[in-house]
Each structure stands twice: as C-alpha cells, then as structure tokens.
Write a protein that binds this ligand. Sequence first.
Ligand code: FMN
Length: 589
Amino acid sequence: MSGSNKEVENPASSEGEAKKEKPKTQIYLFFGSQTGTSEGICSALSSHFKSTGLVPEVVDLEDWDEDTHEEWSEKIRDPDSLSLFFMATYGEGEPTDNAQEFVKRLKEGDGFEGVNFGVFGLGNTQYEFYNAMGKLVNEKLESNGGVRVVEYGMGDDDKNLEEDYEQWKEEKLLPAVTKMFGTTSSSASSGKPENEVKVAMGSSSSTSSTPNPSSKYLWDAVPCKVGKNRELLQDTLSDANSTRHVEVTMPKSVKYYTADNAGVLAPNDSAIVAKMAAKVNQKLSDSFTLSSSSGRIPFPSPCTVEECFSFYCDLTTPPRRSELKNLANYCQPGLTKDTLLRFATKEGKEAFESKILSPYVGWGQLLTDLCKDVDLSLEDVINLLPRMQPRYYTISSSSKVHPSSMHLTVAVTKGVNTATSKPYAGLCSSHIAESSKLRVFVKDSTFRLPDDSKPIIMIGPGTGFAPMRAFLQERVARKAKGRNVLFFGCRREKEDFIYKDEIEAWESSKNVEVHKAFSREGKEKVYVQHLLSKESALVKELLELGASIYICGGTKMGKDVVDAIKKSVGEDVVKQLTADKRLVQELWA
Ligand SMILES: Cc1cc2nc3c(=O)[nH]c(=O)nc-3n(C[C@H](O)[C@H](O)[C@H](O)COP(=O)(O)O)c2cc1C
C-alpha cells in the first residue's frame, strides 16, 4: 500500500531522476476528521504554505495503519520536516474513525523519536472529554521522543473554533514555521494554484483512481426508496415543530446492526445547482472524469455536472475565512479579490461575520452572486469546494425484525435567520421529511446490546429514543429475559410523546418498564435525570445484575444524567462502567 493522500509526491528512493523532479515534503498536515473541519483546515493551510514556496502534503490519518506505520514513521522523522496533527475528538474522548489506527500506534510508542511536531485539537466544551484527542496526541508525541516545535493549540466548536484556530495559526504556528524554514518567498501567492484534482470532460472509464478515504462514504451511499413516512408529534402547530418516522427500503447489498447509524446525503437546492453549472459554463448533463497525481479522487466519477453539484460538493455551508483566502488566489486583482482577502484578516472578521456567517451565505451563493466576476472552471470549483457532509441518524429499528428496511426518527430543523429574518429549514432533515428517495449508507455505532439475560437501562428523551426503540424491538423479538427499563422524556404527553402507542403496548405486555418525565406539565420542570435520581435504588439493583446503560440525546441531558448516576453509585463505578462499555452515550451538541 503506498499509504499517502499526497498533494506532492515524495521522491522514489530508487530513482535518481525522480528525486530531482519531485520536491521533498517539508510540512506534513495530518488530519483526524469526522465531519471535515480539520480536513478543511489542512487543505486551506496547504494552499497557504504552497503560496509561500513551501512544500506541504496533506495526509488523511486513515492512511496510517499497521502496514504503513514504518513508512510514515521514517518520513516524519526526517529532521528537516515538520508534522502537524489536526485532531478532532468524538464519542467519549475517542479518536475519529480515520485516526483509530494511528492513535493505537502512537499509544504503543515506537517510531516517533525526534519527530518535529505541532498539534491542534478540535473539540467542543459541551462534551465531557473536551479535546481529549488533541491533548493525548500532543502528550504522546512528546513522551515518545518527539520535539514540540509548535505550541499546542485547541479550538472550541461550541464557541468559535475558527477564531481559536486563526489565533493559534497567527501567534504560534506561522512564527514557528518561519523560524524552522526561514523567511519563505511569497512569489507564488498571487498566482492561481495548481489544481491537485484534474477534470477531463467526457466519460472515460480508463482511470485507475481510488477513493479518498475521507470521502469514501460518497461511494457507499446508495439510493433507497422511502416507504412509510408519518408525523410523530401529536401537536405540530404550537411552534412549527415536526418529527418524522421514515422507513427506508434498502437494496440487498446494504446491511445494518440494530441501533447502527445511517448516514444520509441531502442534495443541494436544484436552483443553486443550475446556477453553479452556468457559472462554470457547463450543462447539467455534461459528464466528466476525475484523476489526480496521487491516484486518489474525492468523489465517484465519471459523473454528471448535476450529480457533482447536487451530491458531492457542499454548496450550502458558509466558507471559512481561511478558505476565502484560498479563493482569492483564483481572482484577478480587483475589488472582489480585495474583499475576500480582507474577510480573511483580523480586521475583516466583523465584516465576514455580518456579510457571510450571520446571513448564512453558502459556497454556492458566494460563487454565483458575490463572485460573479471571478472566472472559475469546473476543475477550479471542484478543488475549491468542500465535500458534501452526510448527516447521521441513529437507526430506530431492529435489523432482526426489519432486515430489509431501516427506520429513521428525524426532528425537522426549522427556524428564522435573525440576520435576514428569512425562515430556514435544515437541509437534510427537510429532505428526509419530503423525499421519496434517499441516498443512505450505514456506519457502525457504539450502541450494542449485551447478553439477553442482562438488564438494560435506556435513557432516551425526545428523538434520543431512536436507538432504544431499535433495542426494544430486538429484545422483544429475541424474547430476551433481561429487564428493559426506559427513561423517556418530552414536553407534554399530548404534544410530543413520540411512539406513544408502541411504548404503551410494550409496557402493557410487560416488555418494558417506563419512567416518563413530562417537563412542562407540572409546576416544576421534570427531566429524565430527576427520575434517575429518584430511582437510584433501582439503578443500583440493575447494575448489580450486570445491567448496561445507554444514553442518547443532547449533551446537556447526557451530562446531567451521568451526574445523577454518579451521585447514586459513585464516580469510580461510573468510570469502570464506561471503561467496560457498560455505560455508552451517543450525544449531540
Ligand atoms: C457525535 C459527536 C461527538 C463529539 N464528541 C466530542 C467529545 O467527546 N469531545 C470534544 O471535545 N468534542 C466532541 N465533539 C465535537 C467535535 O470534535 C468538533 O465539532 C470538531 O470540530 C469536529 O471536527 P471534524 O469536522 O474535523 O470531525 C463531538 C461532535 C459530535 C458530532
């Protein structure tokens, strides 16, 4: 396995000729990313370094595994190179999927002696294990003999991660890079960068390209038909809320485990897709083929311009400031270029927030409205735009009971943009609510049922009930002997008690014991954590019988629930339960 997502190829050691042609990598940019933020940071940073004459290489940590460990270790121990790690944290302080193997090798310890490194952690203070991965990688690289060349930095996605990153970049990273590599020339900064991914119009099928690991899901997502689709809220009028129960029929090739996650790709709005095609002077039906010097391509091809702008490029999310700087490299000198460059500076931050971020101006609108005068080819745009990110939903059905369909429980996001006073709807949740076809793929989850004899305690208020519904279906079908205890919560019994009929049927057939918290029915607000405190003796009793605890819902609820359990059974027990994977959480901020 060649093992790298190269932007610049390394010299082939046996070929003297190649050595002369290919510049040696000076800065490795490794990313551990789940939803693309650290990957986006690396690619913008790579463009920046290139523009100053340095030779960077962006590497997906997916490429660092048992087979490639030695190869990477040798590369990054080159004393003339610097390795930067951009690490996001997930789950209970765990690495992203693509960084699992790398973190395993790092914990084992060998192969990092003398590595010049810097780490930036990406996290969110709403989670208990804030930036655990960034901190771990930073500490382990040092304790394994690495040399910290750039001070550790981290960003908080609950506040302003981009600002944290920009500050770290300006104050810590760039001075350290200048110190290590000397003053770098900025001669290349005014020119258009060389595109890594190449586009050939037509449907040549002779390419031998393989997927970029970080966007492999774009190959995995398959079109599925939607069967039943019904409203779960009894009262949808009060504040225009809606929660849908959607049944997705899968082709035979798609399998899932009970309570896995479904990744859903929602297409961009067709009007903006058409505008983008016109912007790059292509017809929607034109097809093209991708290639790149590394052999890795960012999305399936051959494909049509329509597919590319509908499913593979994110046209909806606003760009980051650092990405605007990159876009400016594609502009001729003039007002647009100056504006983009100004947005990317400290002084232009407020203007960027009021003109781009607050009104939620996505990439599509930016390129077709605000950058009308900027001449961009299809190839330029594919290299500039971030990939479409999937949204994940915990599957709310059992694969034993429903082997050929997966059920989704989806709260439809709606609101009014305070900057523009215009209503908005979440791209993916409204797509799921309204479509007869969805592009879906399956992703492993941390929720796994224990032995049928063991009790389970499920805490799932609101749509957090999704995996619990899957568990209940499965346990009932398996006639599991272990007790099923559910803590469910919502506002009011007659308003948003989702799956009320199913829960009550399981309750009356003695398949589940339910503790319900209706937060807005009494004088005092009652939440699931209050019920858990009240039922402390029951929780202890079930834990003694070997129960597993599952928590799903918002981060605030998760924290309060874990605190309530800590109060009942003590911190050490909770620590042990977590280590044994008998206390598992899937939370969203
Ligand atoms: C399901 C989920 C779990 C998360 N868990 C944590 C966590 O335990 N600790 C933390 O600091 N941040 C956590 N985060 C926040 C992400 O690390 C943060 O948003 C980061 O910017 C994502 O980077 P990426 O887009 O490159 O994956 C979590 C985010 C999600 C969606």
